[in-house]
Design a protein around this ligand. Structure first.
Ligand code: DP6
Length: 368
């Protein structure tokens, strides 16, 4: 079992300059990560950061991606991190503090970072400020680029180590980002029944029934504004939350159940778990102190319209939510035509400017 110590790069060469490019997708959790815990690190005197309070599982998306180029140049002075950040080709100062913090967190594992100047040139395939979290795909894309640099400095790294460490680093940027590296379905967080599962990085879950092959996710953009409460703040409100312990226990149980369901192909049971997880996530927000609501009236209108459509037509379509007002509509590929027609006829009016994004399960980060 890999521990934090195993992720410290100890032997590496040097290089003058290099360029890398990776794309990494967004992901949508089926069993949600909401809450972090503190624990001792395997590195003496250190605390582990970004450890999930419960395990989670997600579908990797295909079209919603961040594409990041990393230009690397050797510097003379290795006192500080130095980097330039371009978003869609233009300098973007407001993203820099997050990257600076990321570098600080991962420095112990990648001690070579201060020896290089970086040009990070990044763009998303989904519309800017669509309310779709770009932190998962963004941090994943940056983490794999940094692993390409590490691999250039130490070509002996195995592929398994490369991807495990990419996920490990991505987690330190944004927890859910560790589920955007490899695999169609990814588990993050230790779970008794999932061999190899770890709090430190995501692992691919591969026993998937063909009912879930090319599973569709149409993202209805209900509210494209900035969120009033960031996920990081929301996670913190799970400390001293009155229902925290029950919630974390429930997530373990739901992961046991969904593992069976993904293997057996039982879509009716899948729907129950996924919708309950989405509503529980928002129930945690509504019952924290301070409390908050991220759903909008149109979020509820969509849920009710979807439930009516499902019961009247007997089509196995369901919804999930992330930490915002947008609705992810999940359905098997075999129902695609009917569900897209339903979305066009009955749900588009609830979307801001009629916007939605058609996506489906994908396989993870790609080197371009
Ligand atoms: C509701 O990964 O965005 O989407 O680790 O603080 O960066 P940080 O939070 P983040 O939280 C995502 C929460 C969620 C559920 C999920 O993706 O599992």
């Amino acid at each position: 079992m890999l521990t934090e110590k195993d992720f410290i790069a100890t032997s590496y060469n040097s290089l003058e300059a290099a360029n890398f490019e990776w794309s990494a997708p967004s992901n949508i959790a089926l069993v949600k990560y909401w809450g972090k815990k503190e624990q001792e690190s395997s590195i003496a005197g250190e605390k582990s950061e970004q450890i999930p309070a419960n395990p989670s599982i997600s579908f990797t998306l295909n079209h919603c991606k961040t594409i990041t180029k990393l230009g690397v140049m050797k510097k003379l002075d290795s006192k500080d991190f130095t980097f330039e950040l371009l978003f869609e080709g233009k300098p973007k100062e407001d993203f820099k503090p997050k990257i600076q913090k990321f570098f600080e967190r991962i420095e112990v594992y990648c001690p070579f970072l201060k020896e290089y100047h970086f040009i990070i040139d990044t763009q998303n395939t989904f519309p800017h400020s669509s309310g779709i979290a770009s932190s998962a795909s963004g941090m994943a894309a940056l983490a794999v680029n940094i692993m390409s640099l590490e691999k250039a400095l130490n070509p002996t790294l195995s592929d398994d180590y490369f991807y495990a460490k990419a996920s490990f680093l991505a987690r330190l940027g944004s927890g859910s980002a560790c589920r955007s590296i490899k695999g169609e379905v990814v588990v993050w967080g230790h779970h008794a029944e999932i061999a190899g599962s770890s709090d430190l990085f995501g692992v691919a879950f591969s026993e998937i029934h063909e009912n879930f092959k090319n599973f569709q996710d149409t993202i209805l953009l209900v509210d494209k504004g900035e969120k009033q409460v960031s996920s990081t703040l929301g996670h913190n409100l799970m400390h001293n939350h009155p229902f925290a312990e029950q919630r974390f226990a429930q997530a373990h149980e739901n992961l046991s159940k969904i593992k069976e369901v993904l293997t057996s192909g039982d879509i009716a049971e899948f729907i129950k778990i996924v919708e309950s997880e989405a509503l529980t996530l928002h129930a945690m927000m509504m019952t924290s102190m301070p409390y908050f609501i991220l759903m909008k009236p149109n979020t509820l209108a969509i849920i009710n319209t979807l439930w009516k459509f499902r019961s009247e037509n007997n089509i196995p379509v369901c919804f999930t939510l992330d930490a915002g007002a947008n609705v992810h509509v999940l359905y098997p590929e075999s129902t695609k035509e009917k569900v897209l027609q339903f979305i066009q006829n009955e749900l588009v009016d609830y979307c801001q400017n009629g916007q939605y994004i058609c996506d489906q399960i994908g396989t993870g980060a790609k080197s371009n």
